[in-house]
Design a protein around this ligand. Structure first.
Ligand SMILES: Cc1cc2nc3c(=O)[nH]c(=O)nc-3n(C[C@H](O)[C@H](O)[C@H](O)COP(=O)(O)OP(=O)(O)OC[C@H]3O[C@@H](n4cnc5c(N)ncnc54)[C@H](O)[C@@H]3O)c2cc1C
Length: 324
């Protein structure tokens, strides 16, 4: 059963920020993640502030510098089906198509996708874990086959969004408005590791709203997003990779590689980037890149299989993007 809450639908961003500045208030976008959390009492919200009346937060437009501005309320389906995104930002379009099911993509927004809560079954279940303010992480000695293999500790969640790794690889930024004004944060710096603060997933402060995502031009790059999951119908990533590469001739001139399903945040693999930059993507380089990507992995008792899964997937995806 849901705990009682009030619901308000402001007509302006200023009013939304004001409403969110009161204690116990929370942003409501598509509700596809939030309502489940409230129903399962993962956390409580006293006042739901729906941002759905804020038209300025909707839609995709090109920026003067040939990049993209994606309003936080743009649905995942709109991102997946946008012709400019599909043509110039393949990694983002592919990631959007991999999210959940058609119904969830129609209702869920890009802002909500970036801010969704982790899917750890202890956090989502009736366990008073570290992330909820408790004293222990139940995954360490528990069922941890879906938990992280890098960047973990003291909590071992896996970051759940498919779109975030693609946006980090595309060097996107997140525009935020709150009680102290507006600020822009690189998508890469938007997320918080458990060792920095185990109670939060993002840098958002009280009353802050993600208003838009800015993606710089991807002209001259090749990009892709690959996701491996248990079920084809809908499922979160067991392993995934977003790649944005710039080639000169057959040589990789510049590379950004971000793993999903690996860590508590979208995990930039500097090891892959360093191994392939300045090289042709031949089988030897690809094998070295996949080995380097997993060299610092520290699996828990039941998720060691992810290392081989990542290695195989990274090799397949680098070979595919190399073929063009
Ligand atoms: C069955 C199921 C399967 C799923 N599978 C996948 C998957 O494979 N891949 C994947 O990436 N995701 C998956 N998801 C998650 C889904 O993509 C998210 O539920 C959805 O994107 C959330 O968007 P929303 O607009 O509904 O957000 P809400 O549910 O409204 O909000 C989610 C959270 O973000 C906060 N929030 C929302 N918008 C903003 C904003 N603009 N500024 C600040 N905070 C904000 C809310 O306060 C809340 O905490 C799945 C979800 C379900 C239920």
């Amino acid at each position: 059963m849901l705990t009682n809450f009030s619901y308000i639908r402001p007509k302006s961003l200023k009013e939304a920020v004001k409403q969110l500045s009161t204690q116990g208030a929370g942003v409501y976008a598509g509700g596809t993640d939030l309502l489940g959390c409230l129903r399962d009492h993962v956390f409580e919200i006293k006042k739901l502030v729906s941002i759905n009346g804020l038209k300025e937060l909707k839609g995709i437009t090109e920026t003067p510098s040939n990049g993209l501005r994606i309003g936080a309320l743009t649905t995942i389906t709109e991102v997946a089906e946008n012709p400019i995104v599909s043509k110039h930002y393949a990694a983002l379009a592919q990631a959007a198509r991999e999210v959940a099911s058609p119904q969830l993509r129609n209702q869920g927004t890009i802002g909500g996708n970036l801010c969704q809560k982790p899917r750890c079954w202890y956090y989502r279940g009736e366990f008073y874990c570290l992330r909820k303010g408790g004293k222990m992480c139940f995954a360490i000695a528990g069922e941890n086959q879906y938990h992280c293999i890098v960047g973990g500790g003291p909590c071992f969640i896996v970051h759940p969004s498919d779109m975030a790794p693609a946006l980090v690889a595309l060097d996107a930024s997140v525009r935020i408005t709150g009680p102290k004004g507006s600020r822009t944060v690189p998508a890469e710096k938007f997320y918080v590791l458990p060792r920095e603060d185990v109670r939060r997933e993002t840098v958002l402060g009280p009353g802050e709203i993600v208003t838009e995502i800015i993606v710089p031009t991807a002209s001259g790059t090749r990009s892709s997003y690959r996701k491996v999951r248990t079920r084809a119908s809908w499922d979160f990533a067991l392993a995934g990779i977003a790649l944005v590469l710039r080639f000169r001739g057959g040589v990789v001139e510049d590379a950004r590689a971000v793993l999903s399903g690996a860590a508590p945040i979208p995990w930039r693999s500097r090891e892959i980037e360093a191994t392939i930059t300045g090289k042709n993507l031949d089988p030897d380089v690809i094998a070295k890149a996949s080995e380097a990507a997993m060299k610092n992995a520290q699996p828990l008792k039941e998720n060691g299989y992810k290392i081989l899964l990542f290695r195989g997937m990274i090799e397949e995806e680098l070979a595919a993007i190399g073929r063009g």
